[in-house]
Design a protein around this ligand. Sequence first.
Ligand SMILES: [Zn+2]
Length: 367
Amino acid sequence: MRHLTLTFTWLLAGACTVQAPGGTTSRILEEPTQDTDGITRVLVYHDMEGLTGQSDPKTFRFAHTDRYAVGRTYLTGDVNAVVAGLFEGGADEVHIVDGHGSGNPEPDLLLEDLDPRAELVSRDAVFDAYVDLIEPGLYDAVAVVGMHAKTGSGGFASHTFTLGIDILFNDMSVTETEIVGYSWGRVGVPVIFASGDDRLALDLAGPMPWVEFVTVKTATSASTADPRPVDEARVELSATARRAMENYRNASSMRLEEPVQAVLHAVPPADLSMLDGVPGIKYRDQRVSFQASDFREAYDGLIELVTVARGGYSVVLSEVARGMSGEGLDLAYSDALFDRWLDFESGRWLPPELSPPSGRRTYHGFR
Ligand SMILES: [Zn+2]
């Protein structure tokens, strides 16, 4: 998975381009943008797979109520440890955003137990936590907590964006932490801190060596891990977040060279083979590639392709249906599909209107 056997070419003081193995320039590292408002503000992304004490995949899934409740305590403990370290290291304000998307309409964080100095980012409309908060001059640094390694890395719950998805920018397979880094790098903000398992540590060592990292567990498969003692790991989370904050000006912000070459690569349970042979679509071996003018265009295109690739999940649905009730559920599904077709064709059924987001609901990150 190492795509970064890199050479560094210094261009200007404080900026360098990084070359992919083929010699194509792929990304640019820069000094962080100077603070302009005199307030050192940090944005913390939390995920839910790379938590201290955690070795059960059900603990990051809202559907498994009891185990998820335990996962929320892991999450809140880790976030509090990092928030404390960031304040000790000199942060004036710490905001938190949900980068997980458990399906819980409420935040995964136990807000009553959250460090009261930290504030959860919320909006009155749906937003994408990776790309829609980007604003120059607001934040000085980004920290990520409870993250996981990328698809194919052998990490605990390793994936990128969602199940069976691998994302490449300019020939580099990336973790979600790097997606956050490239997104914030557009306004000169560096990722300074990360926590997760030993495989994520390896994923980030090449592309983001300046990130202060805490390994909270050792992955023994994608569904099992050996966690470190919780108290010991939390002490290190605080101390390392403090050090990251004290030195944040020495971190690098990172941007992709433009135009951006984007690739969506699907592995089971996702599938892109339905696009094989479509004129105008560059498909090969479960990979669809395209060129985009910048990071945002590449990201938006990839997310559309993720929706296509998730079509592969229906194979699992069919297997479950057969397993649960012989052919009965299969037949019910087949009949429902035919009814939908015939009803629409007869004017008896119309797709539901997309309801506009209600003013009263707030959104705190990935749904
Ligand atoms: Zn994630």
